[in-house]
Design a binder for this molecule. Structure first.
Ligand code: ADP
Length: 573
């Protein structure tokens, strides 16, 4: 195997966190950016989509209304013209009464020249007999129309004209009647023409914008008079019931699976209502413009998603670079502190080792027959005791050092924080506290929840801090207050003493390994650095406040987390 030293590199393996951490981080970035950028975009798209649908429906309604009005006016004009064609004839001074067949045929030819909707022409006397007839149904001549609806309506009419609904009549063909009347020698005379509805429909269809709509005409009873084959048949029922009292209007109707908008307008000449509906259904299919705007929105969304994914990827690689740099810095500073640590160890271990060397050397001299020295048992015991004490001290230092360096496995369980504190005060320190000058006062918040932690390690931390507080009080009567409380999602254990307190320069180095102000043999300077490591591993913090000469407060801020999340944050450290 090669022993060549490898240069430090910025490879992924040198990252302080696992790949899972960055995946999670990227996921969170994506969610955050989506909320920031995508959510408003989606809200805007939905808003404009609905606004657009509303505007489109409104403009279609207005357009349909305009077409309905235009066509109704045209139809009204058509009917008025046809009526006036007849009225001009019957009112003409040279109109012979009754007209001859030849005259009637001439009149019909003239009328047909004006409008090809005219089918035939008949002259009626007051009793309803068709006296003269011109047209394709000569058998209708001499027939009595006394009981026909249109004839009776005309007799009652004050306007001297009638336009009938569409009906089959004697000839069994769809047609409708326009009849005009006047009084001649105190008797009613009537001139009537029948018209072909199909021709009239063709006329409407030839009007402007007729291609965009389907036009139908219904009578006051809701029966189709004119209708396109695609939506109904003449004289059949119309599914829309148009209000009679309203001159014009519109709405939405449904037939089968399709939904469509319509507008209606009543005619002025007769009780017919003209209805127009848009050729395209609404609600079931999207208009071209809608599809286009949806495609643009989808493209916008896709672009935004692509930008977010790309940006999050860049952010992750940026973060990785930052973490790598930080890890390298930390590594460098660790190397530096190893030097300091080594110096500390040397200093701390050297003293007991020197004692052991001196004492063991003395004992060897005593036991060397060459010197002829004698040693009392009690003195021998005393010296051996000194050697053992020094050896124990070395062991303590190495144990603490190991704990500081090694990440021992935590035994995480749910604990009652108050039982843990009592365990330290009564169980571990009991006697020592009793004989010391310090009085321990506890003020617990009993409503605190269970804490997931390593009980032994946390007790060791509390023990260290209480011991330091006791040492700070030593010599004069004092008090150690231990209180628990809740701060957000954490439990706070505060340990306050009114001992010596610390000046700022001590406070600064508090957590530095081997930093101590205690006499040789009394302190190792490892208590707080070890405690700090433990609390950080449990996901918590240690806060310290101190005023020299007045006392100090140490606060352990311990998160109330689940076992999983503590382990996760430990792995990420
Ligand atoms: P050690 O107790 O072995 O000295 P620690 O790391 O526990 O090591 O403490 C480091 C130093 O911090 C102590 O020597 C002392 O100067 C200071 N210190 C710690 N706690 C207190 C306290 N409550 N009051 C005053 N000084 C303190």
């Amino acid at each position: 195997m090669s022993t060549e030293k490898q240069p430090h590199s910025l490879k992924a393996e040198t990252l302080p966190y696992k790949a899972e951490h960055y995946r999670e981080w990227r996921r969170r970035q994506i969610v955050r950016m989506s909320i920031t950028y995508l959510a408003p975009l989606i809200i805007l798209i939905v808003y404009f989509h609905y606004r657009y649908i509303g505007i489109e429906a409104e403009s279609r309604r207005m357009q349909l209304g305009a077409v309905a009005e235009h066509q109704a006016n045209t139809l009204d004009l058509f009917l008025t013209e046809r009526r006036l064609n007849l009225a001009n004839l019957i009112d003409h001074p040279r109109f012979s009464i009754p007209p001859t067949s030849r005259e009637m045929t001439e009149y019909l030819t003239d009328l047909k020249r004006i409008s090809d909707a005219f089918v035939d022409l008949g002259f009626f006397d007051a009793t309803g007999i068709q006296v003269t007839y011109a047209g394709p149904y000569p058998s209708l001549e001499s027939r009595n129309y006394r009981d026909e609806v249109w004839f009776n309506a005309l007799r009652r009419s004050e306007d001297n004209f009638v336009i009938s609904d569409i009906y089959m009549g004697f000839r069994q063909q769809l047609h409708f009647t326009i009849a005009v009347s006047r009084i001649y020698e105190s008797k009613l005379i009537v001139l009537r023409a029948t018209l072909d509805p199909a021709r009239m429909y063709e006329y409407i269809q030839s009007q402007q914008a007729a291609g965009d709509v389907i036009t139908s005409i219904v009578n006051a009873k809701g029966r189709y008079q004119l209708v396109d084959d695609s939506i109904g048949r003449p004289l059949g029922p119309c599914p829309i019931s148009v209000p009679v009292e309203q001159q014009y209007g519109g709405g939405t109707a449904e037939t089968g699976r399709s939904k469509w908008q319509y507008a209606f307008r009543w005619l002025r000449n007769t009780d017919w209502c003209l209805i127009v509906k848009s050729v395209a259904d609404t609600g079931t299919i999207f208009s071209n413009l809608q599809i286009r705007s949806m495609l643009v929105s989808a493209a916008l969304l896709l672009i935004s998603i692509a930008i977010i994914l790309n940006r999050s990827k860049k952010l992750v690689s940026q973060q990785k670079r930052v973490d790598q740099t930080r890890a390298q810095l930390e590594h460098a500073s660790k190397l530096a502190s190893v030097g300091e640590l080594a110096a500390g160890i040397a200093h701390e271990v050297n003293n007991p080792l020197a004692i052991i060397t001196v004492e063991s050397g003395l004992l060897m001299d005593y036991t060397d027959p060459q010197f002829g020295l004698t040693l009392e048992h009690s003195e021998l015991r005393e010296r051996l005791q000194t050697i053992q004490d020094s050896a124990f001290r070395c062991r303590d230092i190495t144990l603490k050092l190991l704990r500081f360096v090694r990440r021992s496995d935590f035994d995480l369980k749910e604990h009652d924080i108050h039982k843990l504190i009592d365990g330290v005060i009564v169980g571990l320190l009991g006697k020592e506290i009793e004989v010391s000058d310090a009085r321990v006062v506890c003020d617990y918040d009993r409503s605190l929840p269970q804490l997931t932690t390593d009980g032994n390690q946390l007790q060791q931390v509390i023990l260290n801090i209480v011991n330091n507080a006791r040492d700070a009080i030593a010599g004069k009567p004092g008090e150690i207050n231990i209180a628990t409380s809740r701060r957000g999602k954490s439990i706070v254990v505060s340990i306050q003493d009114n001992g010596s307190g610390m000046p700022p320069d001590v406070l600064e180095k508090l957590f530095v390994p081997f930093f101590t102000t205690k006499d040789v043999g009394k302190g190792t300077g490892l208590g707080l650095s070890v405690s700090y490591g433990i609390v950080r591993s449990l996901g918590g913090e240690i806060e310290v406040e101190s005023i020299a000469g007045e006392g100090s407060t140490f606060r352990l801020v311990l998160p109330i987390k689940s076992k999983r999340s503590i382990n996760r944050s430990r792995n990420n450290q």
